[in-house]
Every structure is written in C-alpha cells, then in structure tokens.
Ligand binder design. Structure first.
Ligand code: AMP
Ligand code: GLY
Length: 424
C-alpha cells in the first residue's frame, strides 16, 4: 500500500514510524515532512494547506491511503477534497472536524447532549461579551472560537484582564478570524488528561491515556506552548474515571455527531479535566495530540493501518485495540526563547545515538536537512521518547536520552512526568 501523511511535526513523525512498522506499508510519502520523517519516508515539498497540489500528487502517485495529521487541513476540508477525487483518506470530513474547528459548536453540542463540560456562553458581539463579564465570577476563561495554534485561550483573574482579553480577541483580532466568535466559560480546577480515540462514525475505541505539559517552564510556569512533554499512561486516569467517561462522554460524543448528521471518522482527542465533580471535557481535537502521539503510538500493539482502514470502512467494532503494559515519557527539546523568539539553523549533534536502540525514539518537529547536516528549524525541535517498565523508569530513560543530543540553545523542562510522584 502507498501511504501519504499530511503534516510535518513530531506527531506526523510518530505516525510515520507506526506506519513504517505496518505490514501493509510499501511506500510512505509525507507532505511536507521534516528531516527525521525523511529518513523513513519520501518528503514532498507541498504545504498542508495546498489542497489542489496534494490531491494532484495523490492521484499521480496512486496513493492508496492519505492520513491527515494536522488540524488546519482537516478543518479546511482536505478529507472531502481527497474523497471527491476518489482517494481513501483517514480523518474527519469538514462537517465533523468542526468539533475542533469551532469551540462554540463543541460547547453547544455538549450542552445539547448532556456531556459534562464547564458552564459557558457564546458571543458574536464584543459588546455583549463585555456586558456579560459584569455578571461572572473570577477567574474566568476566554476562548477564541476558531483554530489559534493552541493559543486562543486566556485565563483571566480580574475584570480588567477579562475586558482586555475580549478586546484583543474580538476587536483587535489577536487570533485573526478565529476571534469572530468567542466562548466565555467557567474556570475549572483539576488535573488534565488527554485521551485519544479511534472512531469509525459509530464505534469508538479509546487509546491509553496521556498527560501533556503545556507551559514553557518547570513547575507549570511561563507561557503556554504547543506542549513541552508528555507521559503515558496517566496514573490519575483510574478505572473509575475511565468508566465514568465511557458512560458520559465518549460514546455520547460519537452518537451526538452522528445524530447531527456529522458522522465522525478519524481521531477524537478528548482533553479532560478531572474536577471534584467528576471528569469534564475541556476541549475536543479532531486529530492526534502533539506530543501525545509521541508517547501513545509507541505503546500501541496494533497495526496502525489496519485500525485506520477499519475506521474508514466502519468496521472498528472488529478491532481489539491493545497497548503494551509499559510506560512512555517524551521530553521536548526546544530552542531557548520558545514560544516567543528563538534562533534557527543550529547544527544538531548526536541523532545517530538513537539508531538501533530499542525503546528509544527521537521524533523530529522543527528540523531541516542542510549540507552541513540536520539543523534546528523551529521552536520545538525534537521529542525524545523512551519506554520503560513503568513511568519512573521511562522518565529516567527519556532524560538519559536527552543528553545524547546537543545543539546551541537547547532547552527542555526538567520536570516532565514529575506529577507521577503525586500519584503514590
Ligand atoms: P484548550 O485549547 O481549550 O485545551 O485550552 C488550553 C488550556 O487552557 C487547557 O489545556 C487548560 O489548561 C486551560 N483551560 C481551558 N479551558 C479551561 C477551563 N474552563 N478551566 C481551566 N482551565 C482551562
Ligand atoms: N498536546 C495538545 C494538542 O495537541 O493539542
């Protein structure tokens, strides 16, 4: 089978590694890919939003399966365009990807179908949003409706901050068109867990749990980032939590989308908050998490292409989704200064140390191949993942492996997975 992956970050590298392991994969392309993906797949210099070129490439090269890794092309309708050209594609169509593409849509869906989430109101007008702020308790959470690279969420402690937030989202359009509408919602407290799932329109199979670390600095300080590291499984995701979510969240979401005439096929990522009142949905994403994929996929026992094909064919009920009884930790190596400003083009040394070492992965995010070698090309540069018999061992292994890599301005958090110490 010829497979094309759309995207070029650490998540797509993790997907590519899983696809490479599949018995069904004869040839892998990735658009646009990166230097790491280029070691196992043929990178194609087409951007993820260049739909016409992607479709033309898939037709010319007789691609059997396209896997869309990123949110923007999913929300923009790449799956629909591929399907219109007769190309089998893994991922939700545009009318289902709205689950991630519009926070106002997803909040209304949860309210309509009784899925637990924070209390909220949606606003199309800044004037009404500002008036509403006079009636709320603080802290309060402001969210731009659309995609904003994970940055469209503001947690405001005071009325002044919240007023300034509404202005920057809706009037100054800090997050562009994503801020045409906004959600104002109750602040929830608790531990966050990410649960990814495969969905075929009616059946849902959840994967093992994970936890991300979104802030740039140790102790969850500093600015929000795309994710500085993950561990899997989450010891806080107990069998009781799982049972609650199975009853009140997962299948209900899939059924709600089907009932709305928006059957969801692909990955649903449930961002959960474990509150004192029980688990609630923070957000939905319509794709694998990044860097959640980097700890979840290395633990998956199934052939990924078989599972993805079952999602497309509506036969996911016949798949027995299984994960290793071990743990994984991913530590992101970033460029100092991320997520604000940082240097690019620094030579990366030590990548060869990962070769032949079972249980260790170096997933590339922002890297580029040049004549001198592989250089940094983004804020998040690499995701170093290690497996271990348990979380402690995985964490130790991952931090050991981060030492194998050197580049100028290398920066990482030193407390990825530290939360596991609280679980005992
Ligand atoms: P989102 O993009 O919706 O996942 O939000 C980004 C981050 O903001 C989440 O991972 C949480 O840490 C935080 N957040 C979002 N909504 C809330 C909320 N209602 N209460 C507390 N924190 C929130
Ligand atoms: N790690 C969070 C996300 O992928 O949105």
């Amino acid at each position: 089978m010829k497979v094309m992956i759309v995207g070029g970050g650490g998540r797509e590298h993790a997907i590519a590694v899983s696809v490479k392991k599949s018995a069904g994969a004869d040839k892998i392309y990735c658009a646009p890919g990166n230097a790491g993906i280029g070691q196992i797949a043929e990178c194609v210099p087409i951007g993820a939003m260049e739909f016409d070129k992607l479709v033309a490439f898939a037709e010319e090269n007789e691609i059997d399966l396209v896997i869309v890794g990123m949110d923007d092309p999913l929300v923009g309708g790449l799956v629909d365009e591929m399907e219109a050209a007769g190309i089998r594609t893994f991922g939700p169509r545009k009318n289902a990807a709205i689950l991630e593409g519009s926070k106002a849509f997803s909040k209304d869906l949860m309210k309509k179908y009784g899925i637990p989430t924070a209390a909220y109101e949606n606003f199309d007008s800044a004037k009404e949003a500002l008036a509403y702020l006079d009636t709320v308790k603080f802290p309060i959470v402001l969210k731009a409706d659309g995609l904003a690279l994970g940055k469209g969420v503001l947690i405001c402690n005071t009325l002044e901050e919240a007023r300034a937030g509404v202005k920057s989202i809706m009037l100054d359009k800090q997050f562009g068109a994503a801020g045409t509408r906004m959600v104002i919602e109750e602040f929830m407290q608790g531990r966050e867990v990410s649960v990814l799932s495969f969905v075929d329109g009616k059946t849902i199979k959840t994967m093992t749990s994970a936890q991300d670390h979104k802030r740039a600095k140790d102790g969850d300080q500093g600015l929000n980032t795309g994710g500085m590291g993950t561990f899997s499984p989450s010891p806080f995701y107990t069998p009781e939590v799982d049972a609650f979510c199975k009853e009140h969240i997962y299948q209900k979401t899939v059924d709600a989308m089907a009932a709305e005439g928006r059957p969801f096929k692909g990955i649903i990522f449930f961002g959960l908050m474990l509150t004192e009142e029980g688990p609630k949905v923070l957000e939905y994403n319509a794709r694998f998490g990044d860097p959640e994929a980097q700890v979840v996929l290395p633990r998956m026992k199934n052939d990924i292409l078989e599972v993805m094909e079952a999602c497309i064919d509506g036969t996911l009920d016949q798949i027995d989704l299984q994960f290793e009884d071990n743990a994984a930790v991913c530590v992101v190596l970033a460029s100092e200064g991320y997520p604000v400003s940082y240097e690019k083009g620094c030579l990366i040394r030590g990548l060869e140390q990962f070769e032949g070492k079972e249980g260790y992965y170096c997933f590339h995010a922002g890297t580029k191949r040049t004549e001198e070698g592989i250089v940094t090309n983004g804020g998040r540069v690499l995701g170093v993942t290690a497996l271990g018999a348990d979380l402690r061992q995985a964490r130790k292994n991952a931090y050991t492996a981060t030492e194998w890599i050197q580049f100028n301005n290398k920066y990482m958090r030193s407390d990825i997975g530290k939360a596991i110490d609280d679980a005992q």
